[in-house]
Design a protein around this ligand. Sequence first.
Ligand SMILES: [Cu+2]
Length: 420
Amino acid sequence: MDEEPRDDGSRLEPSERAAEQQPALTRRDVLRRAGVAGAFAVGGGLIGHELLPHRQALAAAEGMAAEHGEYGAAEASGVPVSSSAGTSQSGYGHAAAAPTSLTQANLDAVTLAPPPAAGRGGTHDYDLSVTQRQLEVGDGVIVDAWTYDGQVPGPILRVTQGDRLRIRMANHTNHAHNVHLHGRHDPAMDGWEPVPPGGEFTYDVIAEPYGLFPYHCHTAPIAEHIGRGLYGAMIVDPPGGRPPAHEVVLVLGGWDLNGDGRNELVTFNGVAGAYHRYPIRVPVGRLVRVYVVNLLEHDPIASFHLHAQTFDVFRSGTSLVPDEHTDIVALTQGERAIVEFTLPERGRYMFHPHQTRLADRGAMGWFAAVCETCPAADASSRLSGRAAPIASRRARELRLGVLRRCRCTAPPAALAPSPG
Ligand SMILES: [Cu+2]
């Protein structure tokens, strides 16, 4: 571990790291002290209160386990439970719960892929300016993050192969940072050179080849710069696009809360437990495309595993022909894959890294296969990103698991993907 102090002077002494020496803080204690009033890590959820000492954040994370048990209380989603998982009854989750302020809408904003740039052509400008801000990344867990454009992960960049991509980065922190792009480009635009505090640089590249790429800060110590939030995903579409699908983006990352070089929280899209609380609603019987990017520091390898269905894997997204058909794909640090599947039956389908240690620290979630046009249209039938539910008797039946199989006879075209 390096000895360079953090910007905010918050580096902990060894004695401070010994959270067990402190009186145990409950989650509510931490929330009360922090004055958290409803904000979380993404979608502009700025938390305007004093920074929590890291030991309190760690205590909050540990407190979750005590409060929720190893398998946390399942949130009511209105989606029927498939198989014998017993979600709505006994609960199945993990020790890391999502912030209470998390909403479906602000989660959708970072989950749903933006529409393809196909047809727009030309030049695409993005602002990945770096700021330091406090974010709630688990229930009562506040971190002092570095962000691209105010969020973790940074914005999803989406262009078409051959388009010009201009990324402006103004450094509003008192530490050097940069934006390193993966892919093929002019080495002068590679983003390994630090941009000093107060400095600014515009990266200007032609996006190629098509595929799925990470971008991240490449300033030393890199593990800290990525681990504190400076990472994101870039989709470069093939010139002819990909087949229509319901598209979501899942970026795996972690939070080292006490500077010990290990992740106390592991997250998809920055927030622990997010997709356990709000399953990703996808249409029954339609192609689902998931852009999975591994930007987890400290843990050398992760994976993406889907329950109750198998999927096509397009490694790095650089081919239109799948590399394999499986239910688990391993991803080293920085590696990524596009996975495609169809869920034929209503219900919940769990996903997580197959490394239990990672799943248990917040990276467990669900896809909820729902049908909007089924006679049982209700709270369980909304796709992620869609409008408000209609309560009904059927909704209650579905929650109770009485109705499991979709009875919908509507044509698949009626199940349009959510708008980006
Ligand atoms: Cu950095």
